[in-house]
Unconditional design. Structure first.
Length: 399
């Protein structure tokens, strides 16, 4: 996307499948992972490297049996974490290291017992967050750290509260910011957002105190740190005593909400702070007073928002609650009256449920109930086709 105009450029790898879940940049290649079997004009199984100029797949082709949810680069090493158990024909459960040049699977192998959802790098430490209970045979509930060179498990063990999940990580200096859904971490009560000492594993005094919005227990899905500000996105309605919904800027020193408040009508799933801008992606249809469907950018000094994408024919406004235990509600918006098809797929691209099948609906806001009893824990995608457009939302079933 052109950052000056917001227009989509001709670059188009055109993957099949349901989407891309992780992206990393290195040299002249964009490394991607998602539910695809072909991309950039070549057969590629869940992992690919794309030329930054023409979008064609390079020869890099390790292959995997499922997709990565997170990617980080360190020199010529690409670390991936996600749902896979095999990479390059070798057993690598949920986390692996790949040579970014050759695609070779490296011997580095911490051995995680369940899904890794987020990664972040310190100086020589890789931090892992997700839904796991053990790393390298050691008890590490949802959060842990390993040596980036050897894979040896660190003694660092903040141990988030039972039943939670870590969804986002960011490192700045000696602080690891941890976002997710939990009620305690590092020996202190913290509600989904905390700052952890990278040496001791203990929670610092920093405590933004999230309040509820769509769900009873707020959670943070995205983090971005720039200088003295921590940008957070997720499902929350306040920071301390200050009303902030879905996205906020928080002082890295005090944990208080900054005056910066672009305002969103729904959840933020991803954040990037770069230069003088903050980019946000999510399930929203409006941001900072602008009609923006799923993607927006803002000045990070409190200036007016600048829309990257304008309103589309159909948009997923929200999925609440998210994570879902038994029953959820999918909210969406139609620009014009249209037949609607609303379906849900699992991460393998298999149709799980058809909520609406070509039912005629008026323009405006709509909502549909989604029953997930009996569905396995994990991520799913809801796809809405209407009014000549398509919109996709991500939901997490978690009990």
């Amino acid at each position: 996307i052109d950052l000056a105009t917001g227009r989509v450029k001709p670059w188009n790898p055109n993957p099949d499948g349901t989407g891309i879940d992780a992206i990393a940049l290195h040299g002249g290649s964009v490394y991607v992972s998602g539910d695809f079997g072909s991309i950039g004009g070549q057969p590629r199984s869940y992992l690919a490297a794309l030329d930054t100029l023409n979008g064609e797949a390079t020869e890099w082709n390790p292959g995997a049996n499922s997709y990565a949810r997170a990617m980080v680069m360190r020199g010529d090493t690409l670390y991936i974490g996600g749902y896979f158990k095999l990479v390059g024909g070798q057993a690598r459960k949920y986390v692996a290291a790949l040579d970014a040049v050759s695609g070779q699977v490296l011997s580095w192998n911490p051995v995680v017992d369940y899904i890794v959802l987020t990664l972040a790098l310190g100086t020589n430490t890789l931090y892992l967050g997700g839904m796991f209970d053990r790393i390298g045979g050691q008890p590490r509930s949802q959060l842990g750290a390993v040596d980036a060179s050897t894979g040896e498990v660190s003694t660092w063990n903040p141990s988030p509260g039972y039943g939670g999940v870590v969804l986002s990580l960011a490192v700045q200096g000696n602080i690891v910011y941890v976002g997710g859904a939990y009620d305690a971490i590092g020996g202190q009560l913290r509600n989904g957002l905390a700052a952890i000492d990278a040496g001791t594993g203990l929670a610092t005094d920093w405590n933004p105190r999230l309040g509820s919005w769509h769900v009873m227990h707020p959670y943070i899905e995205a983090l971005a740190v720039q200088e003295s500000t921590v940008y957070v996105g997720g499902d929350f309605g306040s920071i301390g005593d200050t009303l902030r919904s879905g996205m906020a800027a928080v002082s890295a020193a005090t944990g208080e909400a900054a005056a910066w408040d672009p305002g969103t009508d729904d959840l933020v799933w991803s954040l990037l702070a770069s230069g003088g801008s903050v980019f946000a992606g999510g399930g929203f249809t409006r941001f900072g007073g602008w009609p923006c469907s799923g993607l927006a950018s803002f000045t990070n000094d409190g200036g007016l928002s600048r829309p990257v994408s304008q309103r589309t024919p159909v948009a997923v406004a929200s999925i609440v609650p998210n994570p879902i235990q038994t029953i959820g509600v999918i909210r969406y918006d139609l620009a014009n009256a249209s037949p609607v098809e609303l379906t849900v797929f699992d991460v393998q691209g298999r149709r799980v449920s058809t909520v609406v099948s070509h039912g005629a609906q008026a323009a405006g806001a709509h909502e549909m109930t989604l029953q997930v009893d009996g569905w396995p824990n994990g991520f799913y995608f809801c796809r809405i086709e209407a009014a000549g457009g398509t919109a996709t939302g991500k939901l997490l079933v978690l009990r």
